[in-house]
Design a binder for this molecule. Sequence first.
Ligand SMILES: Nc1ncnc2c1ncn2[C@@H]1O[C@H](COP(=O)(O)OP(=O)(O)OP(=O)(O)O)[C@@H](O)[C@H]1O
Ligand SMILES: [Mg+2]
Length: 264
Amino acid sequence: MEERPLRYGGAAVGTMTVGTSADTLSRRTRARLDRLADQVGVAAHTVLLSHRVHASREEAVGAREEERRRLYRDLHDGLGPSLAALALNAEVARESLPADPDRAAALLDRVVPALNATVGEVRSVVHGLRPSALDDLGLAAALRELAASFAGPRLRVRTVLEDDLTGLSAATEVATYRIAAEALHNASRHAGADEVVLRARREDGRVRVSVEDDGQGMRPDHVPGVGIASMTSRAEELGGRLGLSTGPGGRGTLVEAVLPVAIA
Ligand SMILES: Nc1ncnc2c1ncn2[C@@H]1O[C@H](COP(=O)(O)OP(=O)(O)OP(=O)(O)O)[C@@H](O)[C@H]1O
Ligand SMILES: [Mg+2]
């Protein structure tokens, strides 16, 4: 039995095992096996890559289905019944109007705030699909507004944003915004930081967005939650990547995502 490590670009991708009855192989045969292992390494790498693409596509489809289910629940269980109840109230008010205007007025007094609350619900469902600030303000101003919403007496929030963050694909805009939101959320919740800095800029065909805090850093035994997984999959879905590291000053946490400006 002869074994050869399979490598691609210096990284191990597997092992090639060759059954042989000979006790010792000639130098020539061993050299041939070495060359064969080089080629099999490339093939194995390709197979692994295609498995990975397949798995990430499945994950993306799964995430989309999950999103649809959430939307279905929000609309079906939340908005549907609220609107139906309001319609009923309005109808009863209409019927009581001639005989009992006071009752009609009391009903309508209840209907108006409930309608406003339902409008709020519609807004939040829509916000779940695409943050409305992106359309109202544009990405740069939406990020500035987002960052400001995390500032408080215990936390300074600075933004270093390129003004021209326009021309991005809709998916990249949403991913940039959501990654920034989760990273700011984590910094304000877990880091115990005094200051957090949100940066975003374009650089040839890519957007680089980062959130850096000067807090205690991520504990080595931190339990990964939905936040980090979702930031990572948002970046990878678009063919980008997300990195977590210690801040440049040796403390705190730096979350940095690099995303393509346009999706191929
Ligand atoms: N900026 C940070 N500074 C220190 N620790 C952090 C920071 N960001 C994340 N962590 C650690 O990493 C863990 C995982 O973060 P993640 O966002 O995945 O989950 P979570 O924030 O705990 O919950 P959620 O699923 O609501 O996001 C956190 O619980 C925390 O311990
Ligand atoms: Mg989180």
